[in-house]
Design a protein around this ligand. Structure first.
Ligand code: AMP
Ligand code: MG
Length: 325
């Protein structure tokens, strides 16, 4: 009884305070907001979380030729089985299951096409049909083989390149939150440049305030939701796209056609973790309304919306019957 009383008083003397930290990685700015008893605890924990994100960047970056994923891509078509790290294995295995479920609309073997479109965008010239066809021949989730007994992977076609841009930031945000949790920080939010995951709510609040897109009479506005122990991710071409001959091609590519989406879309997905929210938001950007509904409605604790610009008005392609508020 006395012990409890001392603890309660000590708790009152040191109410947790809010701290915020930022770190550049994966081509974006990661932000951590957390509650800790003092600045030192908060900054030590966030430094550890940022180190974890940097370590993942060294595994997952397709810009860095020495990253694990780039080295794996160079073995494509050689027939070699390559042992992969636990992190890369987790991402590839999850991505493969989502590729199967979406009939290949979500596919991290998209690399040859993203590379081709980046190149075309720099030259401000459309890639010709021949180049698109050649890149497409090296894209397809069935071209990745998994040896589950020893966690090895084989890329079976020459010219394949893995690009986990649609899921890597979410995965890194989850990994960072896990580090904070392990460091004893249970009220935190990790924002990976728009892909957000949170643990328990701030003291005295029902959740962390996060702005998400919402449709208002044909235009896209934002609304604020409160999230706790949940993630939210948004995909769209607002900031990242290729422009060639005055046409805007999304950085999200339809693997079927090999062409960046030309319909403008904004997809938002709420999910229990950021890996799933990030990947599903990218997936429903490619799918039609019925397919998006099938993908999201089948999951417990997942909801979302997909908006599309129809000449001058934004329309709802899909919206879950219940969205967080
Ligand atoms: P996000 O912003 O999370 O929607 O991810 C977009 C990124 O995912 C692009 O910049 C590409 O690196 C990659 N990507 C493009 N198209 C696809 C696709 N169909 N499936 C999986 N990843 C893709
Ligand atoms: Mg994504």
């Amino acid at each position: 009884m006395f012990y409890w009383f001392v603890l309660a008083v000590a708790g009152l003397a040191h109410p947790p305070q809010r701290f915020e930290f930022e770190h550049a990685a994966m081509g974006t700015t990661f932000r951590i907001v957390l509650y800790a008893v003092d600045a030192e605890r908060g900054s030590q924990a966030s430094a550890k979380a940022f180190r974890r994100i940097d370590a993942l960047d060294r595994i997952l970056s397709d810009y860095d030729t020495s990253s694990e994923i780039s080295r794996l891509s160079t073995t494509a078509g050689s027939g070699q089985w390559i042992a992969v790290s636990d992190d890369l294995w987790a991402i590839l295995e999850y991505s493969n299951s989502l590729a199967i479920e979406t009939g290949g609309a979500f596919d991290v073997t998209i690399g040859p096409l993203t590379r081709l479109w980046r190149w075309a965008s720099r030259r401000e010239q459309l890639p010709d049909a021949d180049r698109i066809a050649r890149a497409r021949a090296a894209v397809g989730h069935t071209l990745v083989e998994f040896d589950t007994s020893v966690r090895r992977v084989r890329l079976t076609a020459p010219g394949m390149r893995l690009d986990v841009g649609a899921v890597g930031k979410g995965f890194a945000a989850d990994a960072a939150l896990e580090i904070l949790e392990r460091e004893g920080i249970h009220r935190a939010l990790v924002d990976a440049g728009g892909d957000v995951v949170a643990s328990d709510a701030p003291p005295g609040s029902s959740g962390w305030r996060v702005a998400v897109p919402e449709l208002h009479g044909g235009t896209v506005a934002t609304r604020t939701v409160r999230i706790a122990n949940c993630a939210v991710a948004t995909s769209g071409d607002t900031y990242r796209y290729f422009e060639v001959d005055g046409v805007r091609y999304s950085h999200i590519i339809d693997p079927e056609s090999g062409i960046g989406l030309t319909t403008r879309r904004i997809a938002t997905v709420f999910a229990p973790n950021a890996t799933e929210a990030d990947a599903l938001a990218s997936a429903v950007s490619v799918l039609d309304g019925a397919q998006a509904a099938k993908l999201l409605d089948a999951r417990r604790d997942v909801s979302g919306s997909v908006y599309e610009l129809d000449s001058t008005n934004w329309q709802t392609v899909y919206a879950s019957s219940e969205l967080p508020h």
